[in-house]
Write a protein that binds this ligand. Structure first.
Ligand SMILES: *[C@@H]1O[C@H](CO)[C@@H](O)[C@H](O)[C@H]1NC(C)=O
Ligand SMILES: *[C@@H]1O[C@H](CO)[C@@H](O)[C@H](O)[C@H]1NC(C)=O
Ligand SMILES: *[C@@H]1O[C@H](CO)[C@@H](O)[C@H](O)[C@H]1NC(C)=O
Ligand SMILES: *[C@@H]1O[C@H](CO)[C@@H](O)[C@H](O)[C@H]1NC(C)=O
Ligand SMILES: *[C@@H]1O[C@H](CO)[C@@H](O)[C@H](O)[C@H]1NC(C)=O
Length: 344
């Protein structure tokens, strides 16, 4: 209304200019016009303000809508709507993201498992990020690393950016995890991080793999390059041509220590939302991958990996002092490790 009046007055001024206005009248009109101008401006500004605040309200409504849209209320603590500082989640801003971590030990199939997960369009599993010592030198640097990963601000070849529905990485038990287990478990619980334990049942096979892998670090059997994972049977055969000699004196103690570490890890993180997987089960039964996708709330997909198993067949072919090892393990709780538990 005020605007209309002003315009009317302006029009009137243009259409019917008084022929001979005295200076004082001109001054009065000028002042009136200025007042009108300021008023219009202030109205305009107020409207812009209203526009911006409406936008804020809309965003909040949207966010609330994101949350409320989820049907299963029990899942709410595990659903996140990260706002990365490095990019916009764009059309996927309202897709919830789950945070996960794969807790495992070296040579337990976690590399292979991670390639399977990353073959899913909506999963970013960012590898062994705590292999770098500075990132685990104290709790605060562990937390700030975790924060960056879980806010989608960590970039690796696995990052899927805006449409990730699950983001995580793999964490080996000997990478600060056991040392700071109390603080880390609290972090997982407060942020709603889902834990995937991935272990190997046959710890003797794991030891063979550890020994062979550490030998190859120096021997570099594949044309002078050290490889921990391979994509062809030829490469696998080359790597497994090396047969480690196992230390028969320390074998049982070593197996016990490994077993204890696994049990401790399961206990330390038992309060978290978790799933326990075994490498052998995943190899034998691919429906386990359906369970994993369900656990991470993902749309089900066929997961694939190009990786090929290095030590296939019977263990007797892969250990140089097989007879000694057999004698030592007979009659112990580890005897079953001597048997071939899968064929491929
Ligand atoms: C934690 O470790 C980081 C990286 O090594 C270091 O820069 C930082 O000063 C440490 N903080 C504390 C509180 O010790
Ligand atoms: C998965 O990714 C696709 C493609 O990037 C996207 O269209 C879809 O919304 C994502 N699904 C979820 C559940 O985030
Ligand atoms: C290693 O070299 C051989 C022969 O030169 C070649 O056939 C093979 O593809 C190479 N392998 C790798 C892993 O580069
Ligand atoms: C085997 O283990 C024992 C006990 O830990 C150790 O004393 C010995 O040096 C080891 N032998 C070899 C060849 O590494
Ligand atoms: C394969 O895994 C699924 C899902 O965990 C399970 O229900 C099924 O019994 C398993 N099948 C075999 C043969 O172990």
């Amino acid at each position: 209304m005020a605007e209309e009046i002003c315009l009317f007055t302006k029009d009137a001024l243009i259409i019917k200019p008084p022929k001979k206005s005295p200076a004082s009248l001109r001054m009065l009109v000028l002042v009136f016009a200025m007042v009108c101008g300021v008023y219009i401006c202030s109205v305009c500004l107020r409207q812009t303000n209203i526009h911006t605040s409406t936008k804020f309200i809309n965003i909040e409504v949207n966010q609330r809508y994101c949350h409320d849209n989820d049907i299963d209320k029990s899942q709410t603590p595990y659903l996140h709507y990260p706002k990365p500082t490095s990019f916009s989640r764009a059309e996927c801003a309202c897709n919830p993201v789950r945070l996960f971590t794969i807790l495992s030990m070296q040579r337990s199939g976690s590399g292979w498992f991670e390639t399977l997960l990353n073959s899913h369009t909506n999963v970013s599993s960012n590898g062994e990020i705590f292999s770098v010592k500075e990132r685990r030198s104290n709790v605060s640097s562990i937390f700030s690393t975790l924060d960056r990963v879980y806010n989608l601000d960590w970039f690796t070849s696995a990052s899927k950016n805006q449409c990730s529905a699950a983001v995580g990485f793999k964490w080996m038990l000997n990478q600060g995890l056991m040392e700071y287990h109390k603080e880390i478990a609290e972090y997982f619980n407060s942020k709603g991080v889902s834990v995937i334990f991935l272990f190997r049942r046959n710890l003797l096979r794991r030891m063979v793999s550890v020994l062979a892998n550490s030998y190859d670090r120096y021997a570099k059997l594949l044309n002078g390059t050290h490889k921990s994972h391979v994509h062809s049977h030829e490469e696998a055969d080359t790597l497994s041509s090396y047969k480690p000699v196992m230390n028969s004196t320390s074998l049982v103690t070593d197996l016990k220590l490994m077993e204890k570490m696994v049990l401790d890890a399961l206990e330390h993180f038992s309060s978290t939302r978790h799933i326990v997987l075994y490498y052998e089960d995943l190899i034998k039964n691919r429906t386990k991958l359906v369970d994993v996708q369900e656990f991470l709330g993902l749309p089900q997909m066929e997961l694939t990996s190009r990786q090929v198993k290095i030590h296939r067949g019977s263990l007797s072919e892969h250990i140089k002092n097989w007879d000694d090892i057999t004698k030592i393990l007979r009659g112990t709780t580890y005897e079953s490790f001597l048997q071939t538990d899968y064929t491929n």
